[in-house]
Design a protein around this ligand. Structure first.
Ligand code: C2E
Ligand code: CA
Ligand code: CA
Length: 474
Protein backbone atom coordinates (compact mmCIF):
# COMPACT_ATOMS: atom_id res chain seq x y z
CA UNK A 1 0.00 0.00 0.00
CA UNK A 2 1.26 3.52 -0.80
CA UNK A 3 0.40 6.30 1.65
CA UNK A 4 -0.42 9.80 0.50
CA UNK A 5 3.12 10.97 1.40
CA UNK A 6 4.67 8.24 -0.77
CA UNK A 7 5.64 5.77 1.94
CA UNK A 8 5.31 2.03 1.25
CA UNK A 9 3.42 0.05 3.90
CA UNK A 10 3.46 -3.71 3.73
CA UNK A 11 0.37 -5.38 5.28
CA UNK A 12 0.68 -9.05 6.10
CA UNK A 13 -1.96 -11.37 7.55
CA UNK A 14 -0.80 -14.13 9.88
CA UNK A 15 -3.23 -16.95 10.89
CA UNK A 16 -3.12 -17.65 14.63
CA UNK A 17 -3.56 -20.95 16.48
CA UNK A 18 -6.90 -20.04 18.03
CA UNK A 19 -8.28 -19.35 14.56
CA UNK A 20 -8.62 -15.88 13.10
CA UNK A 21 -5.90 -13.54 11.80
CA UNK A 22 -3.47 -10.93 12.97
CA UNK A 23 -2.60 -8.20 10.53
CA UNK A 24 0.85 -6.54 10.76
CA UNK A 25 1.63 -3.19 9.18
CA UNK A 26 5.29 -2.58 8.34
CA UNK A 27 6.83 0.54 6.91
CA UNK A 28 9.13 -0.83 4.16
CA UNK A 29 9.84 2.49 2.45
CA UNK A 30 13.59 2.27 3.06
CA UNK A 31 13.85 -1.34 2.01
CA UNK A 32 11.96 -0.68 -1.20
CA UNK A 33 14.08 2.38 -1.99
CA UNK A 34 17.23 0.34 -1.48
CA UNK A 35 15.91 -2.37 -3.78
CA UNK A 36 15.07 0.20 -6.43
CA UNK A 37 18.52 1.77 -6.10
CA UNK A 38 20.19 -1.59 -6.50
CA UNK A 39 18.07 -2.32 -9.57
CA UNK A 40 18.99 1.12 -10.95
CA UNK A 41 22.70 0.63 -10.29
CA UNK A 42 22.61 -2.65 -12.15
CA UNK A 43 21.49 -0.83 -15.27
CA UNK A 44 22.77 2.72 -15.00
CA UNK A 45 26.24 4.17 -14.69
CA UNK A 46 26.68 5.70 -11.23
CA UNK A 47 28.71 8.70 -12.43
CA UNK A 48 26.67 9.95 -15.38
CA UNK A 49 23.37 8.18 -14.75
CA UNK A 50 23.39 7.01 -18.36
CA UNK A 51 22.43 3.41 -19.17
CA UNK A 52 25.42 1.11 -18.63
CA UNK A 53 26.72 -1.55 -20.97
CA UNK A 54 24.17 -4.12 -19.79
CA UNK A 55 21.14 -1.94 -20.40
CA UNK A 56 22.67 -0.66 -23.64
CA UNK A 57 22.90 -4.21 -24.94
CA UNK A 58 19.30 -4.92 -23.91
CA UNK A 59 18.04 -1.83 -25.66
CA UNK A 60 20.09 -2.51 -28.76
CA UNK A 61 18.75 -6.08 -28.84
CA UNK A 62 15.27 -4.65 -28.73
CA UNK A 63 16.07 -2.22 -31.53
CA UNK A 64 17.43 -5.11 -33.62
CA UNK A 65 14.01 -6.76 -33.55
CA UNK A 66 12.78 -3.65 -35.37
CA UNK A 67 15.69 -3.98 -37.80
CA UNK A 68 14.43 -7.49 -38.53
CA UNK A 69 11.16 -5.86 -39.56
CA UNK A 70 12.82 -3.59 -42.09
CA UNK A 71 14.13 -0.60 -40.05
CA UNK A 72 17.74 0.68 -39.98
CA UNK A 73 19.66 1.69 -36.90
CA UNK A 74 23.17 2.93 -36.24
CA UNK A 75 25.55 2.14 -33.42
CA UNK A 76 27.83 5.10 -32.74
CA UNK A 77 30.92 4.65 -30.53
CA UNK A 78 32.41 7.81 -29.07
CA UNK A 79 35.81 7.93 -27.40
CA UNK A 80 37.06 11.15 -25.81
CA UNK A 81 40.50 12.00 -27.23
CA UNK A 82 43.40 12.15 -24.78
CA UNK A 83 41.06 11.73 -21.83
CA UNK A 84 43.64 9.79 -19.89
CA UNK A 85 46.02 12.72 -20.09
CA UNK A 86 43.43 15.06 -18.61
CA UNK A 87 42.61 12.57 -15.87
CA UNK A 88 46.23 11.95 -14.96
CA UNK A 89 47.35 15.56 -15.04
CA UNK A 90 44.38 17.40 -13.55
CA UNK A 91 43.10 14.66 -11.28
CA UNK A 92 40.19 12.26 -11.21
CA UNK A 93 37.61 14.73 -9.84
CA UNK A 94 38.20 16.92 -12.91
CA UNK A 95 38.05 13.87 -15.20
CA UNK A 96 34.79 12.73 -13.59
CA UNK A 97 33.26 16.18 -13.96
CA UNK A 98 34.23 16.22 -17.63
CA UNK A 99 32.58 12.84 -18.20
CA UNK A 100 29.38 14.03 -16.53
CA UNK A 101 29.24 17.13 -18.70
CA UNK A 102 29.98 15.14 -21.85
CA UNK A 103 27.13 12.77 -20.89
CA UNK A 104 24.74 15.69 -20.50
CA UNK A 105 25.66 17.15 -23.86
CA UNK A 106 25.34 13.81 -25.63
CA UNK A 107 21.91 13.32 -24.12
CA UNK A 108 20.86 16.67 -25.55
CA UNK A 109 22.04 15.67 -29.04
CA UNK A 110 19.67 12.74 -29.53
CA UNK A 111 15.93 12.20 -29.93
CA UNK A 112 13.93 10.54 -27.18
CA UNK A 113 13.86 7.10 -28.83
CA UNK A 114 17.63 6.99 -29.23
CA UNK A 115 19.80 5.50 -26.51
CA UNK A 116 22.90 7.14 -25.05
CA UNK A 117 25.03 4.94 -22.81
CA UNK A 118 28.38 4.99 -21.07
CA UNK A 119 30.24 1.79 -21.82
CA UNK A 120 33.00 2.50 -19.32
CA UNK A 121 35.99 4.82 -18.96
CA UNK A 122 35.77 7.58 -21.54
CA UNK A 123 33.72 5.48 -23.98
CA UNK A 124 30.15 6.38 -24.82
CA UNK A 125 27.76 4.82 -27.31
CA UNK A 126 24.56 5.82 -29.01
CA UNK A 127 21.91 3.75 -30.73
CA UNK A 128 20.38 5.99 -33.37
CA UNK A 129 16.94 4.72 -34.31
CA UNK A 130 14.75 5.29 -37.38
CA UNK A 131 17.74 5.94 -39.63
CA UNK A 132 16.70 6.52 -43.24
CA UNK A 133 20.11 6.84 -44.81
CA UNK A 134 23.71 7.67 -44.05
CA UNK A 135 23.04 11.42 -44.12
CA UNK A 136 20.89 11.09 -40.97
CA UNK A 137 23.90 9.66 -39.19
CA UNK A 138 26.31 12.26 -40.54
CA UNK A 139 23.95 14.98 -39.30
CA UNK A 140 23.87 13.51 -35.80
CA UNK A 141 27.66 13.09 -35.74
CA UNK A 142 28.10 16.73 -36.79
CA UNK A 143 25.81 17.70 -33.96
CA UNK A 144 27.82 15.61 -31.50
CA UNK A 145 31.08 17.25 -32.60
CA UNK A 146 29.59 20.69 -32.23
CA UNK A 147 28.48 19.84 -28.68
CA UNK A 148 31.75 18.20 -27.63
CA UNK A 149 34.03 20.87 -29.05
CA UNK A 150 32.47 23.64 -26.98
CA UNK A 151 34.76 24.37 -24.00
CA UNK A 152 33.91 22.66 -20.69
CA UNK A 153 34.20 24.30 -17.29
CA UNK A 154 35.35 21.61 -14.90
CA UNK A 155 36.09 22.56 -11.29
CA UNK A 156 37.87 25.74 -12.28
CA UNK A 157 39.56 24.35 -15.39
CA UNK A 158 38.52 25.36 -18.86
CA UNK A 159 38.94 22.22 -20.95
CA UNK A 160 38.80 21.67 -24.66
CA UNK A 161 38.33 18.19 -25.90
CA UNK A 162 37.54 16.23 -29.00
CA UNK A 163 36.39 12.75 -29.90
CA UNK A 164 37.04 9.79 -32.16
CA UNK A 165 33.82 8.28 -33.44
CA UNK A 166 33.12 4.90 -35.06
CA UNK A 167 29.85 3.97 -36.71
CA UNK A 168 28.26 0.66 -37.69
CA UNK A 169 24.93 0.52 -39.46
CA UNK A 170 22.37 -2.28 -39.06
CA UNK A 171 21.58 -4.29 -41.06
CA UNK A 172 24.31 -3.25 -43.56
CA UNK A 173 27.26 -3.90 -41.24
CA UNK A 174 25.58 -6.78 -39.41
CA UNK A 175 22.34 -7.51 -37.67
CA UNK A 176 23.85 -9.60 -34.92
CA UNK A 177 24.36 -7.64 -31.73
CA UNK A 178 27.95 -8.63 -30.99
CA UNK A 179 29.03 -8.27 -34.61
CA UNK A 180 27.57 -4.79 -34.76
CA UNK A 181 29.26 -3.68 -31.54
CA UNK A 182 32.58 -5.11 -32.71
CA UNK A 183 32.30 -3.28 -36.02
CA UNK A 184 31.47 0.05 -34.37
CA UNK A 185 34.48 -0.46 -32.10
CA UNK A 186 36.72 -1.23 -35.10
CA UNK A 187 35.53 1.93 -36.86
CA UNK A 188 36.27 3.95 -33.72
CA UNK A 189 39.78 2.53 -33.59
CA UNK A 190 40.27 3.39 -37.25
CA UNK A 191 39.24 6.98 -36.49
CA UNK A 192 41.83 7.07 -33.71
CA UNK A 193 44.50 5.61 -35.93
CA UNK A 194 43.71 8.23 -38.57
CA UNK A 195 44.77 10.96 -36.18
CA UNK A 196 41.70 11.26 -33.91
CA UNK A 197 39.20 14.19 -33.93
CA UNK A 198 37.36 12.43 -36.69
CA UNK A 199 34.74 9.76 -37.46
CA UNK A 200 34.77 6.63 -39.58
CA UNK A 201 32.06 4.34 -40.90
CA UNK A 202 32.90 0.67 -40.57
CA UNK A 203 34.59 -0.95 -43.57
CA UNK A 204 35.47 -4.65 -43.75
CA UNK A 205 39.16 -3.85 -44.42
CA UNK A 206 39.46 -2.16 -41.03
CA UNK A 207 39.86 -5.41 -39.20
CA UNK A 208 43.47 -6.07 -40.18
CA UNK A 209 44.59 -2.46 -39.65
CA UNK A 210 43.01 -2.28 -36.23
CA UNK A 211 44.59 -5.58 -35.22
CA UNK A 212 47.99 -4.13 -36.13
CA UNK A 213 47.35 -1.00 -34.10
CA UNK A 214 46.10 -3.01 -31.09
CA UNK A 215 49.27 -5.09 -31.22
CA UNK A 216 51.39 -1.94 -31.32
CA UNK A 217 49.53 -0.53 -28.30
CA UNK A 218 50.02 -3.74 -26.43
CA UNK A 219 53.75 -3.93 -27.22
CA UNK A 220 54.26 -0.30 -26.28
CA UNK A 221 52.52 -0.80 -22.93
CA UNK A 222 54.68 -3.83 -22.46
CA UNK A 223 57.86 -1.88 -23.14
CA UNK A 224 56.91 0.65 -20.48
CA UNK A 225 56.14 -1.24 -17.30
CA UNK A 226 53.92 0.10 -14.56
CA UNK A 227 55.39 2.99 -12.67
CA UNK A 228 56.93 4.38 -15.82
CA UNK A 229 59.99 2.17 -15.75
CA UNK A 230 61.34 1.81 -19.28
CA UNK A 231 62.07 -1.86 -19.77
CA UNK A 232 64.11 -1.58 -22.89
CA UNK A 233 64.09 -1.45 -26.63
CA UNK A 234 64.27 2.35 -26.59
CA UNK A 235 67.33 4.26 -27.62
CA UNK A 236 68.09 7.87 -28.37
CA UNK A 237 69.84 8.94 -31.54
CA UNK A 238 71.27 12.42 -31.95
CA UNK A 239 71.29 14.56 -35.09
CA UNK A 240 73.77 17.47 -35.22
CA UNK A 241 72.78 21.03 -36.15
CA UNK A 242 75.28 23.06 -38.16
CA UNK A 243 75.74 26.86 -38.03
CA UNK A 244 75.69 28.10 -41.62
CA UNK A 245 78.07 31.01 -40.95
CA UNK A 246 81.05 28.83 -40.00
CA UNK A 247 79.94 25.17 -40.28
CA UNK A 248 80.37 24.63 -36.53
CA UNK A 249 78.16 22.10 -34.72
CA UNK A 250 75.97 24.13 -32.39
CA UNK A 251 73.87 21.36 -30.95
CA UNK A 252 72.14 18.03 -31.47
CA UNK A 253 68.51 17.00 -31.54
CA UNK A 254 67.52 13.92 -29.54
CA UNK A 255 65.38 11.59 -31.67
CA UNK A 256 63.78 8.59 -30.06
CA UNK A 257 64.20 5.12 -31.53
CA UNK A 258 62.32 1.94 -30.64
CA UNK A 259 63.68 -1.44 -31.55
CA UNK A 260 60.59 -3.64 -31.61
CA UNK A 261 61.26 -7.28 -30.66
CA UNK A 262 59.61 -8.55 -33.87
CA UNK A 263 59.28 -5.65 -36.30
CA UNK A 264 62.71 -4.13 -35.81
CA UNK A 265 63.09 -0.33 -35.80
CA UNK A 266 59.79 1.51 -35.73
CA UNK A 267 59.66 5.21 -36.60
CA UNK A 268 58.72 7.63 -33.82
CA UNK A 269 56.28 9.16 -36.32
CA UNK A 270 54.34 5.90 -35.93
CA UNK A 271 54.63 5.12 -32.24
CA UNK A 272 54.66 8.59 -30.59
CA UNK A 273 50.97 9.23 -31.49
CA UNK A 274 50.12 5.80 -30.06
CA UNK A 275 52.06 6.60 -26.88
CA UNK A 276 50.06 9.83 -26.62
CA UNK A 277 46.80 7.94 -27.02
CA UNK A 278 47.42 5.26 -24.47
CA UNK A 279 48.81 7.68 -21.92
CA UNK A 280 52.46 6.62 -21.74
CA UNK A 281 53.98 9.67 -23.44
CA UNK A 282 54.69 11.38 -20.11
CA UNK A 283 56.81 8.48 -18.88
CA UNK A 284 58.50 8.09 -22.25
CA UNK A 285 59.12 11.83 -22.59
CA UNK A 286 60.59 12.03 -19.12
CA UNK A 287 62.96 9.17 -19.90
CA UNK A 288 64.12 10.85 -23.13
CA UNK A 289 64.67 14.12 -21.31
CA UNK A 290 66.70 12.65 -18.46
CA UNK A 291 68.74 10.29 -20.63
CA UNK A 292 69.51 12.92 -23.26
CA UNK A 293 70.50 15.53 -20.65
CA UNK A 294 72.96 13.06 -19.10
CA UNK A 295 74.46 12.41 -22.54
CA UNK A 296 74.66 16.10 -23.45
CA UNK A 297 76.42 16.89 -20.18
CA UNK A 298 79.39 14.94 -21.61
CA UNK A 299 79.61 17.11 -24.75
CA UNK A 300 81.67 20.30 -24.99
CA UNK A 301 80.01 23.23 -23.17
CA UNK A 302 79.08 25.13 -26.33
CA UNK A 303 76.98 22.31 -27.75
CA UNK A 304 73.29 22.40 -27.03
CA UNK A 305 70.75 19.63 -26.73
CA UNK A 306 67.30 19.84 -28.36
CA UNK A 307 64.49 17.60 -27.07
CA UNK A 308 61.05 17.16 -28.64
CA UNK A 309 58.16 17.61 -26.23
CA UNK A 310 54.69 16.33 -27.11
CA UNK A 311 51.67 18.66 -26.75
CA UNK A 312 50.21 16.07 -24.37
CA UNK A 313 53.11 16.67 -21.97
CA UNK A 314 52.01 20.31 -21.82
CA UNK A 315 48.83 19.22 -20.09
CA UNK A 316 50.81 18.31 -17.00
CA UNK A 317 51.78 20.95 -14.47
CA UNK A 318 54.64 18.65 -13.53
CA UNK A 319 56.47 19.23 -16.84
CA UNK A 320 58.50 22.24 -15.63
CA UNK A 321 59.38 20.37 -12.46
CA UNK A 322 60.54 17.33 -14.43
CA UNK A 323 62.67 19.49 -16.71
CA UNK A 324 64.25 21.13 -13.67
CA UNK A 325 64.90 17.68 -12.16
CA UNK A 326 66.56 16.42 -15.36
CA UNK A 327 68.84 19.46 -15.39
CA UNK A 328 69.83 18.99 -11.75
CA UNK A 329 70.41 15.23 -12.11
CA UNK A 330 72.55 15.63 -15.22
CA UNK A 331 74.28 18.85 -14.28
CA UNK A 332 73.46 20.29 -17.73
CA UNK A 333 73.26 24.10 -17.74
CA UNK A 334 69.66 25.21 -18.47
CA UNK A 335 70.72 27.45 -21.39
CA UNK A 336 72.13 24.37 -23.12
CA UNK A 337 68.71 22.74 -23.25
CA UNK A 338 66.26 23.61 -25.99
CA UNK A 339 62.73 22.21 -26.02
CA UNK A 340 61.05 21.78 -29.40
CA UNK A 341 57.30 22.22 -29.40
CA UNK A 342 54.81 22.24 -32.25
CA UNK A 343 52.10 24.81 -32.71
CA UNK A 344 49.59 22.18 -31.54
CA UNK A 345 50.63 23.28 -28.04
CA UNK A 346 49.33 26.78 -28.75
CA UNK A 347 46.44 25.97 -31.06
CA UNK A 348 43.96 25.85 -28.27
CA UNK A 349 44.13 29.18 -26.58
CA UNK A 350 45.38 27.29 -23.61
CA UNK A 351 46.42 29.18 -20.48
CA UNK A 352 47.84 26.04 -18.86
CA UNK A 353 50.27 25.42 -21.72
CA UNK A 354 51.30 29.08 -21.91
CA UNK A 355 51.88 29.13 -18.16
CA UNK A 356 54.12 26.07 -18.42
CA UNK A 357 56.07 27.65 -21.32
CA UNK A 358 56.75 30.74 -19.25
CA UNK A 359 57.85 28.62 -16.29
CA UNK A 360 60.26 26.71 -18.53
CA UNK A 361 61.64 29.94 -19.86
CA UNK A 362 62.09 31.17 -16.28
CA UNK A 363 64.30 28.13 -15.66
CA UNK A 364 66.59 29.44 -18.41
CA UNK A 365 65.61 26.79 -20.94
CA UNK A 366 65.24 27.78 -24.62
CA UNK A 367 62.05 27.14 -26.59
CA UNK A 368 61.95 26.36 -30.32
CA UNK A 369 58.89 26.22 -32.56
CA UNK A 370 59.19 22.95 -34.51
CA UNK A 371 57.85 22.03 -37.97
CA UNK A 372 57.06 25.62 -38.83
CA UNK A 373 55.08 25.80 -42.04
CA UNK A 374 53.09 22.60 -41.59
CA UNK A 375 49.62 22.41 -40.14
CA UNK A 376 47.87 25.67 -39.41
CA UNK A 377 51.02 27.68 -39.19
CA UNK A 378 49.67 31.07 -38.66
CA UNK A 379 52.18 33.74 -37.83
CA UNK A 380 49.99 34.57 -34.85
CA UNK A 381 51.64 31.75 -32.92
CA UNK A 382 54.79 33.81 -32.95
CA UNK A 383 52.87 36.51 -31.13
CA UNK A 384 51.62 34.23 -28.39
CA UNK A 385 55.04 33.29 -27.15
CA UNK A 386 58.55 34.72 -27.65
CA UNK A 387 60.30 31.70 -29.13
CA UNK A 388 64.07 31.52 -29.29
CA UNK A 389 64.09 29.65 -32.57
CA UNK A 390 61.93 28.68 -35.51
CA UNK A 391 62.54 25.36 -37.23
CA UNK A 392 61.52 25.59 -40.86
CA UNK A 393 59.91 22.36 -41.93
CA UNK A 394 61.55 20.05 -44.43
CA UNK A 395 58.69 20.55 -46.92
CA UNK A 396 59.96 24.08 -47.65
CA UNK A 397 63.56 23.04 -47.84
CA UNK A 398 63.01 20.18 -50.30
CA UNK A 399 62.17 22.41 -53.27
CA UNK A 400 63.96 25.56 -52.17
CA UNK A 401 66.60 25.36 -54.88
CA UNK A 402 64.05 24.94 -57.69
CA UNK A 403 62.89 27.79 -59.92
CA UNK A 404 59.42 28.25 -58.47
CA UNK A 405 60.31 26.73 -55.09
CA UNK A 406 59.77 27.94 -51.55
CA UNK A 407 62.69 30.34 -51.32
CA UNK A 408 60.41 33.38 -50.98
CA UNK A 409 58.60 31.77 -48.06
CA UNK A 410 61.84 30.83 -46.35
CA UNK A 411 63.11 34.39 -46.88
CA UNK A 412 59.94 35.76 -45.25
CA UNK A 413 60.28 33.47 -42.24
CA UNK A 414 63.96 34.37 -41.84
CA UNK A 415 63.09 38.08 -41.95
CA UNK A 416 60.31 37.78 -39.40
CA UNK A 417 62.51 35.70 -37.12
CA UNK A 418 65.45 38.08 -37.22
CA UNK A 419 63.23 41.10 -36.56
CA UNK A 420 62.14 39.33 -33.38
CA UNK A 421 65.62 38.18 -32.41
CA UNK A 422 64.83 34.53 -33.08
CA UNK A 423 67.17 32.21 -34.93
CA UNK A 424 66.12 29.86 -37.73
CA UNK A 425 67.02 26.24 -38.43
CA UNK A 426 66.24 24.65 -41.78
CA UNK A 427 65.25 20.99 -41.44
CA UNK A 428 65.92 18.16 -43.86
CA UNK A 429 68.78 19.71 -45.85
CA UNK A 430 69.97 17.04 -48.25
CA UNK A 431 71.94 18.86 -50.98
CA UNK A 432 74.81 21.33 -51.17
CA UNK A 433 72.62 23.59 -53.37
CA UNK A 434 69.97 23.82 -50.65
CA UNK A 435 72.62 24.61 -48.07
CA UNK A 436 74.18 27.41 -50.15
CA UNK A 437 70.83 29.00 -50.84
CA UNK A 438 69.82 28.84 -47.17
CA UNK A 439 73.07 30.57 -46.27
CA UNK A 440 72.34 33.32 -48.80
CA UNK A 441 68.81 33.73 -47.43
CA UNK A 442 70.26 34.36 -43.98
CA UNK A 443 69.11 31.20 -42.27
CA UNK A 444 71.08 30.57 -39.02
CA UNK A 445 71.46 26.80 -38.96
CA UNK A 446 70.80 23.66 -40.92
CA UNK A 447 70.05 20.08 -40.01
CA UNK A 448 69.80 17.19 -42.43
CA UNK A 449 71.30 14.17 -44.11
CA UNK A 450 73.74 16.36 -46.06
CA UNK A 451 75.79 16.78 -42.90
CA UNK A 452 74.60 13.82 -40.84
CA UNK A 453 71.53 11.73 -40.02
CA UNK A 454 70.66 11.00 -36.40
CA UNK A 455 73.24 8.59 -34.94
CA UNK A 456 73.77 6.61 -31.74
CA UNK A 457 75.26 8.55 -28.82
CA UNK A 458 78.79 7.16 -29.14
CA UNK A 459 79.01 7.94 -32.88
CA UNK A 460 77.81 11.49 -32.35
CA UNK A 461 80.34 12.03 -29.55
CA UNK A 462 83.07 10.95 -31.98
CA UNK A 463 81.63 13.13 -34.74
CA UNK A 464 81.61 16.19 -32.50
CA UNK A 465 85.27 15.63 -31.60
CA UNK A 466 86.50 15.00 -35.16
CA UNK A 467 84.50 17.87 -36.64
CA UNK A 468 86.00 20.23 -34.07
CA UNK A 469 89.55 19.25 -35.08
CA UNK A 470 88.67 19.67 -38.73
CA UNK A 471 87.28 23.18 -38.22
CA UNK A 472 90.28 24.25 -36.10
CA UNK A 473 92.62 22.94 -38.80
CA UNK A 474 90.77 24.74 -41.60
P1 C2E B 1 60.99 16.09 -36.17
O1 C2E B 1 61.11 16.68 -34.82
O2 C2E B 1 60.58 17.02 -37.27
O3 C2E B 1 62.38 15.43 -36.45
C1 C2E B 1 63.01 15.48 -37.69
C2 C2E B 1 62.79 14.23 -38.46
O4 C2E B 1 63.32 14.37 -39.78
C3 C2E B 1 63.52 13.03 -37.85
O5 C2E B 1 62.75 11.87 -38.13
C4 C2E B 1 64.81 13.01 -38.65
O6 C2E B 1 65.44 11.78 -38.64
C5 C2E B 1 64.30 13.38 -40.03
N1 C2E B 1 65.35 13.99 -40.87
C6 C2E B 1 66.43 14.68 -40.47
N2 C2E B 1 67.15 15.10 -41.52
C7 C2E B 1 66.52 14.67 -42.63
C8 C2E B 1 66.78 14.81 -44.05
O7 C2E B 1 67.75 15.41 -44.50
N3 C2E B 1 65.91 14.23 -44.91
C9 C2E B 1 64.82 13.55 -44.44
N4 C2E B 1 64.02 12.99 -45.37
N5 C2E B 1 64.54 13.42 -43.12
C10 C2E B 1 65.37 13.98 -42.22
P2 C2E B 1 62.43 10.84 -37.01
O8 C2E B 1 63.61 10.64 -36.14
O9 C2E B 1 61.81 9.66 -37.69
O10 C2E B 1 61.36 11.57 -36.12
C11 C2E B 1 60.07 11.82 -36.59
C12 C2E B 1 59.31 12.65 -35.61
O11 C2E B 1 59.04 11.94 -34.40
C13 C2E B 1 60.06 13.88 -35.16
O12 C2E B 1 59.96 14.85 -36.15
C14 C2E B 1 59.34 14.22 -33.89
O13 C2E B 1 58.16 14.95 -34.17
C15 C2E B 1 58.95 12.86 -33.34
N6 C2E B 1 59.88 12.49 -32.26
C16 C2E B 1 61.10 11.92 -32.34
N7 C2E B 1 61.64 11.74 -31.11
C17 C2E B 1 60.72 12.22 -30.22
C18 C2E B 1 60.70 12.34 -28.78
O14 C2E B 1 61.61 11.99 -28.05
N8 C2E B 1 59.57 12.90 -28.24
C19 C2E B 1 58.54 13.34 -29.00
N9 C2E B 1 57.50 13.88 -28.40
N10 C2E B 1 58.56 13.26 -30.35
C20 C2E B 1 59.63 12.70 -30.96
CA1 CA C 1 61.97 18.25 -33.75
CA1 CA D 1 60.72 19.19 -37.20
Amino acid sequence: MQTADGRSIQILGHPIASGGWVATHEDITERRRTEERIAHLAHYDALTDLPNRTLFRDQLAHELTRVARGQNCAVIYIDIDEFKGINDSLGHPVGDELLKLVAERLRECVRSRDVVARLGGDEFAIVQTDVKDQSDIVALVAHIYEAIREPFECLGHRLLTDASIGIALAPRDGSDLDQLLKNADLAMYAAKADGRRTYRFFEPAMDARVQARRTLEHDLRDAIADGGFIKGGFEIYYQPLLRLADDAITGCEALLRWRHPVRGMISPAEFIPVAEDIGVINQLGEWVLTTACMEAASWPDDIRLAVNVSPVQFRSHLLALKVAAALVTSGLAPERLELEITEAVLIRDDEVALGILHRLRALGVRIALDDFGTGYSSLSYLQRFPFDKIKIDRCFVTDIAEADGSSAIVQAVVNIASSRRMTTTAEGVETEAQKQLLRTLGCTEMQGYLFSPAKPAAEVRALIASHRKMIVAA
